[in-house]
Design a binder for this molecule. Structure first.
Ligand code: AMP
Length: 113
């Protein structure tokens, strides 16, 4: 599998505003923010999409959510925020390396587009 754009960011081959990293995930600001705060939480493991998750990946996905909630606190999203994971083309996925969107700082609408 060729390296995804996010693997290149994780490997510091492409620039990004990285705000958090640990042994399992890296978080950085989205290049095209859809809210005042728009951060991506990306696993170091390159899994193309949610449909590719295996049972043993469940703790990793839980960790992604946990990191996002911690970052929401650090980014002062006290009034609330939204977490989104898109799957495949019809789900709006454009980068085929799973990631979680953490968005906040404005009133979110429902249903999403
Ligand atoms: P998705 O459409 O769910 O696959 O989300 C992919 C996200 O990656 C989009 O919100 C893009 O704006 C974002 N993105 C693409 N390239 C970069 C990059 N080089 N640095 C930061 N974010 C990026």
């Amino acid at each position: 599998m060729p390296d995804s754009i996010f693997t290149k960011i994780i490997n510091r081959e492409l620039p990004a505003q990285i705000i958090y990293e640990d042994d399992r995930v890296v978080a950085f600001h989205d290049i095209n923010p859809q809210a005042p705060v728009h951060v991506l939480v990306v696993p170091r493991k390159q899994i193309p999409m949610l449909d590719d998750l295996r049972p043993e990946d469940a703790p990793l996905v839980g960790h992604m959510v946990h990191v996002a909630t911690k970052l929401a606190g650090e980014l002062k999203l006290d009034l609330g925020y939204r977490i989104v994971m898109n799957c495949n083309h019809q789900g709006g996925q454009t980068v085929f390396h799973i990631h979680l969107h953490l968005m906040g700082g404005r009133q979110m609408q429902w249903p999403p587009g």
